[in-house]
Each structure stands twice: as C-alpha cells, then as structure tokens.
Design a binder for this molecule. Sequence first.
Ligand SMILES: NC(=O)c1ccc[n+]([C@@H]2O[C@H](COP(=O)([O-])OP(=O)(O)OC[C@H]3O[C@@H](n4cnc5c(N)ncnc54)[C@H](OP(=O)(O)O)[C@@H]3O)[C@@H](O)[C@H]2O)c1
Length: 258
Amino acid sequence: MSKIALITGASSGIGRALARYHASLGGDVIITARRGEALDALKSELEAAHKVTVTVIPLDLGAAGGAAKLYEAVKATGIRVDYLINNAGFGGHGAFLDRDLTDDLNMIRLNVEALVSLCHLFGKDMVAAGGGKILNVSSTAAHMPGPLQATYFATKAYVSSFSQALAEELKGQGVTVTALEPGYVVTEFAAVADLEGTKLIAQKGATAEAAAKVGYDAMIAGKLTVINDKPLAFMLGWIMPFMPHRMRLNMVRKMQEK
Ligand SMILES: NC(=O)c1ccc[n+]([C@@H]2O[C@H](COP(=O)([O-])OP(=O)(O)OC[C@H]3O[C@@H](n4cnc5c(N)ncnc54)[C@H](OP(=O)(O)O)[C@@H]3O)[C@@H](O)[C@H]2O)c1
C-alpha cells in the first residue's frame, strides 16, 4: 500500500523535489508552504504525471500557532500521515548584532519551534498507529557554529540533536526519525538568506533533486542522519573535529564573508 507524506516547504527547492520523488513512487502527498499558487502548480503537475492525490494546505508555518493550525487542517482532511517531512526553513546572513532580532526569532520559530511541534503532534499519532517515518531537514551547518549566520547554524544544530534523541526514544515503537544534513544545494535558499557573494555559494552546489533523493532514501532505510555530499561528510567527520575551535570558527567565518 502506498504511503502518504506531509511535506512542509514544498513550494520550492528541496521540499518540492521531495514531493516530486515521493509522488513518482506512487504516494499521495500533502504539500504546504505560504505560496499557494506554487503549490497548486505542483499539485497539477504531480496528479497528471503520477495519478496520485495531492492535497494543498497554504499556510504560514512560522506564524504563532502555525504548526497547530497545520495539524488541525490535516486532521480535517481525514488523511493519516505516514511520513512527516519537516523541510521548511530559512537562513539569514549578517553579524548577529546588526541583524533585525525579529528575523532571527522568526527563523527560530520556523526552523525549530514548528518542527518540534509537528514532531510532537504527528509523532503521537504515529506511535498510536504503530508506525511512521519522520524526516527532518537539517544541514551540515549542524556540525559547527556559524559566525555571520549564527542563529541559522544553531537552529540546525538543534534539529540534528533533537532528531537523533527522538529517534532513540522511539526505537521499538515503529517510528523512525532521520535528519538530512545537506551541504550547499542550489535553491532559493541563498537568495532568501542573502548569501550572494559569499564563498559558501561560490562552490558547485548539489541539485535539489539529488539532495532530496538522498534524504528520502535514508528516511525509508530508517537511518539516523545522512549527508548528501561525500567529501564534505569526510571533512566533517574526520578533519573538522580535530581542528582547534578558533581555527574552525575563523574558517567558517571566511566562507561567509562578502
Ligand atoms: N539550499 C541549501 O544550501 C541548504 C543546505 C542545507 C539545508 N537546507 C535546508 O533545506 C530546507 C529547504 O530549503 P531549500 O534550500 O529548499 O530553500 P527554498 O528553496 O528557499 O525553500 C524553502 C521552503 O520553505 C518554505 N517556507 C519558508 N518560510 C515559510 C513559512 N514561514 N511558512 C511556511 N513555509 C515556509 C518556502 O515556501 P514559501 O516561501 O512559499 O512559504 C519554501 O517552500 C531548509 O530547512 C534549509 O534550511 C538548505
């Protein structure tokens, strides 16, 4: 029987690629983001190409109570979610004290608070139903502090830490939790985060499709974490942990300077 996925941030980038991949495997999908027109276009595309049912829920997940609203909207459809994919998120460049505090607090609300809330709400349902899968889109940023994107990197450290702890707690209850930790992926992310002109995005990024496939397949396999970029995974696992902390901070800062 095909599974039903709920995918946040499905109007562009990795989320849209995840929706396309899931639908190509024959699964129905609930897609959400703020831009309803982009979601409607994706619905038409996927329903025509794969004969699946796509349910659109346009919503600001970063608004106060956004996650609860999404949960209620999903419940109202009567659809049972088998896979929860928490992908919506954004970053923001600049020295912390020069940034608008509201932007950083909104980032924490979307990247952390909404993700935690949805894991709680749908996680309980999954345990009650005897199974389910959660994919949380984190980042390689989870592995280090990120001067000039301090809040963003910290939100992703939270996501990876939280996801792994939850995976352990849910072991034996039929629910798996996977954190996808992508390196740079060419999407709308860099423009939204104001990263144009940094070394970070001068490198050749992965495609959204490639990153989505790596994350989705890892979720199906029930892996704890996965990095889509092998050389970066080696660097993060075998080189960076042995670097002096100040040197590491300086290196990350240089990557993000304009
Ligand atoms: N691209 C990278 O290099 C990279 C690397 C590592 C991790 N990531 C992570 O990957 C995830 C997806 O990012 P992406 O690269 O695909 O970027 P993207 O193309 O900018 O997509 C972000 C998605 O999040 C949605 N979103 C943003 N704010 C929202 C809000 N308030 N309420 C509901 N939805 C909202 C956007 O939709 P609307 O604007 O329509 O609301 C969009 O669908 C993020 O969690 C990001 O941190 C990206």
